[in-house]
Design a protein around this ligand. Sequence first.
Ligand code: AMP
Ligand code: ZN
Length: 116
Amino acid sequence: MNVPDCIFCKIALREIPSEIAYEDDEIIAFKDNQPLAPVHLLIIPKNHLINLNDVTLEYENLIGHLLGVVRRLASEFGVAESGYRVVTNTGTDGGQVVGHLHFHLLGGQALEAKIG
Ligand code: AMP
Ligand code: ZN
């Protein structure tokens, strides 16, 4: 299979090491290596979608599944009750650096109220 030259695809294929928190056939979650909060996970589809602009109707089940994984990880990492933030940066103005759809799960401290 022709795999894009993508750091997150390589993490999903375990060609690049990461601290994996969850994995199934469609989704992988791992610790951000430059954490911005005590809990900072990245949850991604294994399929190389670039960002939310690629999430057409055919992927709605996948995204529903992914958000279920986010909920489960929030509980496992002990932030479900204290609260957390889920962010997906999209495109240049959205601050997206890695061009593979990913959801940040941030928690473990009071996050700044400000968005944007
Ligand atoms: P974004 O700005 O939304 O594209 O965020 C990309 C995130 O990926 C950043 O928080 C980086 O710290 C994180 N990141 C980049 N490379 C790696 C890696 N090899 N392992 C874990 N996290 C990474
Ligand atoms: Zn990719």
